[in-house]
Design a protein around this ligand. Structure first.
Ligand code: HEC
Ligand code: HEC
Ligand code: HEC
Ligand code: HEC
Length: 124
């Protein structure tokens, strides 16, 4: 009896283990993007679900030495606000708010899928 239970658990662990591997994405599964001014509530972002929809380079990129946008580099993903801190030359995306709105809403509008209304992302 005890042996059977152990065997069952071992099989279960294997099944779960494999499905976890095949379903796993990279970076955080979901991430909360905090709004520093708390003007609006925190945005919860389904990171892995988005990885299944589009490639990393649609959202992540680097910065060249001259301050311009660099190409995507695996392993160099960082918080948007580390660079989009208000200092970038292109004022349309200088802050994290503007960069996020351009990236997130831009794709949702173009794809005609995904939230575009304030309250759908900034859930109270
Ligand atoms: C597709 C999702 C999405 C939609 C739709 C959206 N936002 Fe945002 N918003 C974000 C994300 C992500 C951030 C970045 C959070 C941060 O500042 O780090 C953000 C940031 C902000 C900030 C900055 C807050 C701060 O503390 O600096 C404000 C204000 C804001 N949004 C207002 C709005 C308003 C008003 C609308 C509707 C016109 C709207 N948002 C629609 C995702 C969205
Ligand atoms: C649709 C947009 C989008 C896609 C596609 C995407 N990410 Fe992300 N990723 C984000 C956002 C937004 C964050 C949170 C950034 C923040 O908190 O400022 C993030 C966070 C991360 C982080 C954590 C970074 C940190 O320092 O906190 C890693 C690692 C990461 N992503 C890797 C990846 C990889 C690898 C892929 C492709 C397999 C990918 N991402 C695809 C938008 C995306
Ligand atoms: C390593 C620094 C760095 C990080 C991290 C970063 N960016 Fe950028 N991003 C830049 C630079 C530099 C530019 C070009 C700005 C300019 O031309 O003045 C840019 C441009 C953009 C643009 C406008 C061009 C385009 O591709 O549409 C968007 C939108 C954008 N970033 C969104 C994001 C989002 C969303 C994140 C987080 C998931 C992020 N960025 C993380 C440095 C960064
Ligand atoms: C390159 C395209 C693309 C980008 C960039 C993108 N999204 Fe999406 N997102 C989608 C699509 C497509 C859907 C709708 C999927 C569906 O309904 O089948 C979606 C759906 C969502 C949803 C609904 C829940 C879910 O996951 O289905 C939320 C919330 C969301 N996106 C937030 C964001 C935020 C916040 C950002 C920016 C940090 C972002 N998205 C960037 C394509 C994108």
């Amino acid at each position: 009896m005890a042996k059977k239970i152990v065997l069952c658990l071992a099989v279960l662990a294997m099944v779960c283990g494999f499905s976890a591997i095949s379903m796993a994405g990279e970076g955080p599964e979901t991430t909360t993007i905090d709004t520093p001014k708390k003007a609006k509530s925190t945005v919860t972002f389904q990171h892995w679900a988005h990885q299944a929809r589009t490639e990393c380079a649609k959202c992540h990129h680097t910065q060249n030495a001259d301050g311009t946008q660099g190409p995507y580099a695996a392993g160099k993903e960082a918080k948007c606000a580390t660079c989009h801190d208000g200092s970038l030359a292109n004022k349309k995306v200088a802050t994290a708010k503007k960069a996020a709105h351009a990236n997130c809403k831009g794709c949702h509008k173009a794809a005609k899928k995904g939230p575009t209304k304030c309250g759908d992302c900034h859930i109270k």
